[in-house]
Write a new protein. Structure first.
Length: 439
């Protein structure tokens, strides 16, 4: 099968094959002694000139009372109108691979495994968070405990899982786009070359060709989406809301039709078949991109409507009394908590740096009329990416503030820092509760 880089040459061959078929419909065939002309009865007194191998020219002749060049031009224009938008398709490549890798790696750090993460999930955040909870639940007493555990263990765990799932949904998009366009390129080549072969066969220039094709783009995207969703422990954070969205994408893309047929008995029949095949390819691309776009749009809407589940800074710390006489702790246990929170600080900062920001330009530009739109899923992906990065950045800062608050609470208890009480009050007053994300 020819490569996508050969598509311009294939289009030229399509034009000549289509014109050959058109002329055969009229009873004219390439002459047996000179295949650069069409002759009706096998001799050359009356003939039309045949287009060259690139489908150019032809239509005038000798001993004929009119030129068929206008008809040839119409055929070439008909083919161009169907195939021109399929030129210059994106190839995925680094433009999609880089954000797919970044979102996958960030998800892994946050504890939600995407497929092929460059940073494998070590469980560092979860392990450190469980250590914090164990010490706070079993080794430390004080009326501040319920509020601390509620925000910096229970809610924090929900936030990291939620942000990890958002990263996986972004990875779904970029990984699917990376798989989609090389496969789409090959499908275009297969469809066009099959139409060329069908015209050649009907013109008597070639043996009959198989007219049924399986769109590889459907299997390619379904495969990569399924691999991302089922990576790691089986499914992305099964209890999280966004995991269901990711699963729906996987189910949706696997249900898209995949067969096209190139066939016909005349030039016009095969042209119509070509038109239908390319339309089905475009519909498959559009359906796949719509599934991805809808998932990202829905995810962004959920994050905005329930921001405290995805942004620790939007979750209010409950009553946090200190110095009420109920507090009891051992310095070594408090150090375990502080060290564990420090590890979490480091991992969160690494996740934020790894995620970075969305591609500045559409990574899969294409001509209008191909797929969902010329911008594809870029706007929805950019919105969810910016929202996820913003929530992660706020969570990084808020968890660091919680770490400082705990340390100040400990120092106030042990009376080792005269300013610790004021520091606790200052940190409590600095709770921002950022609901307006600015993205």
């Amino acid at each position: 099968m020819p490569d996508y880089s050969e598509l311009p040459d294939i289009i030229g061959k399509m034009k000549r094959a289509a014109i050959d078929c058109f002329m055969a419909d009229q009873g004219f065939h390439p002459n047996w002694g000179n295949d650069q002309i069409y002759a009706k009865w096998g001799f050359m007194l009356n003939f039309y000139n045949r287009p060259n191998a690139a489908g150019e020219g032809g239509g005038d002749g000798n001993g004929v009372n009119h030129s068929v060049a206008p008809a040839f031009d119409e055929i070439r224009a008909a083919i161009d109108s169907r195939v021109s938008k399929w030129l210059d398709l994106p190839d995925g490549g680094d433009a999609c691979d880089a954000p797919a890798s970044a979102t996958s790696a960030a998800a892994a750090i946050l504890g939600t495994s995407g497929a092929g993460a460059s940073v494998q999930n070590t469980g560092a955040i979860g392990t450190a968070n469980d250590s914090v909870h164990e010490m706070m639940a079993n080794k430390i007493e004080g009326s501040f405990k319920p509020a601390f555990i509620d925000k910096y263990y229970i809610q924090f765990k929900s936030v990291t899982h939620g942000l990890g799932d958002a990263c996986v949904i972004l990875q779904l998009n970029y990984s699917a786009q990376a798989a989609m366009w090389p496969a789409a390129q090959q499908d275009v080549v297969s469809i066009c070359d099959s139409a060329r072969a069908a015209w050649d066969q009907k013109a008597g220039n070639a043996a009959a060709a198989n007219g049924t094709l399986v769109l590889t783009v459907v299997g390619a995207v379904a495969g990569v989406v399924s691999a991302v969703v089922t990576a790691g422990t089986g499914t992305v954070a099964a209890a999280a809301v966004l995991a269901g969205i990711a699963g729906a994408v996987s189910s949706g893309v696997q249900g898209i039709a995949r067969d096209v047929v190139i066939s016909g008995n005349t030039y016009l029949d095969i042209l119509e078949s070509l038109d239908e095949a390319l339309t089905k390819l475009d519909e498959a691309l559009e359906a796949q991109e719509n599934k991805l776009n809808d998932a990202m749009t829905e995810a962004a809407s959920i994050i905005r409507s329930d921001n405290a589940t995805y942004n620790l800074d939007a979750f209010a710390l409950g009553p946090y009394p200190v110095g009420d006489g109920t507090m009891s702790m051992d310095r070594s246990n408090a150090t375990v908590v502080s060290n564990s929170m420090g590890r979490i600080d480091t991992e969160l900062a690494s996740a934020a740096a790894t995620l970075g920001s969305a591609p500045g330009a559409n990574p899969t530009p294409r001509n209008a009329g191909v797929g969902r739109s010329s911008n594809g899923t870029h706007y929805a992906a950019s919105d969810l990416y910016a929202l996820t990065a913003r929530c992660l950045a706020l969570t990084v800062a808020e968890y660091a503030r919680g770490h400082q608050l705990f340390d100040a609470t400990v120092e106030d208890y042990f009376s080792s820092d005269a300013a610790a009480s004021q520091e606790v009050s200052r940190l409590l007053a600095e709770e921002i509760l950022s609901a307006n994300l600015g993205v």
